[in-house]
Write a protein of this length. Structure first.
Ligand SMILES: O=C(O)CC1=CCC(=O)O1
Length: 260
């Protein structure tokens, strides 16, 4: 059964009606706010569709566990409902995992993609299962401090406490069951065998200081997706769209193109 996904269009009044559609996929414990600093630039080039993953923000919270297949099928169902043929795609972390799934299972739907701070395989599964148990028992707020330490470098946390607090507020607002069930999807995920089938023109972006999905995970994706390229962004941890929005925006635009 697919879940109804919340999504928001940007740029429809700014770009030609035939401008490419750019679909954005969020990371676990966030919402479309993780793209906010990039939206003005992207919406001047694309019809941007910011989608929120099952169990997150305004999307339906079905009881877990979820699988990556289910998260990917949700996106395909949304594409069908909105009559989207081929799209460009950018996803961070869990959003990048969904992008790889889409590009491998529905290659005709994804022509170019940017995979940001993500991984095709993120063991040990036991860590994700334990995190799911913690969140079901104590809520997403109970993991907020630890998450902020993965999401941002120490320097950014010291310099930008308000921006860090805004990101943590996204986590605290995420439904406990949705978050836990997406942890279980990551626990069961292994996309490594799917990567050689991907035909989309792929850019993989890593944060140099990302402890959650370090650059070695990006290198592994680049090694398996035909023709993929790697960019490592300095002074960025996991939520690189919030810590280094200009650098990430420039890379995404240079790779995905757009109407301008
Ligand atoms: O654990 C985190 O918050 C980092 C992360 C791993 C996968 C994802 O979507 O976020």
């Amino acid at each position: 059964m697919t879940a109804r996904l919340a999504c928001t269009w940007y740029g429809l009044d700014d770009v030609p009606v035939d401008a490419p559609v750019l679909v954005l996929g969020n990371s676990i414990g966030t919402n479309q706010g993780m793209w906010a600093p990039l939206i003005p630039e992207l919406a001047g080039r694309f019809r941007v569709l910011a989608v929120e993953t099952r169990g997150h923000a305004g999307s339906e919270v079905l009881p877990g566990p979820y699988s990556l297949d289910e998260l990917g099928q949700d996106f395909l169902a949304l594409f069908d409902e909105l009559h989207l043929g081929t799209v460009r795609y950018a996803g961070l972390s869990l959003g990048g995992m969904i992008g790889m799934w889409l590009a491998a299972h529905a290659p005709e739907r994804v022509e170019r993609m940017a995979l940001i701070c993500t991984s095709a395989y993120l063991p040990p599964a036991t860590n994700w299962i334990e995190r799911a148990e913690t969140v079901r028992a104590k809520g997403t707020g109970s993991i907020a401090d630890v998450a902020a330490g993965r999401w941002f470098t120490e320097g950014f946390r010291a310099r930008e406490p308000e921006r860090v607090a805004a990101a943590v507020a996204m986590l605290e607002a995420t439904p406990d069951e949705g978050y836990a069930a997406c942890c279980e999807a990551i626990a069961g995920m292994d996309l490594r065998g799917d990567l050689p089938r991907i035909t989309a023109d792929t850019l993989v972006i890593a944060g140099a200081d990302d402890p959650a999905t370090p650059p070695s995970h990006a290198e592994a994706i680049v090694g398996s997706v035909p023709g993929a390229r790697l960019q490592i962004v300095p002074d960025a941890a996991h939520l690189a769209t919030l810590e280094q929005p200009e650098a990430i925006g420039a890379l995404v635009v240079a790779h995905l193109g757009g109407a301008r």
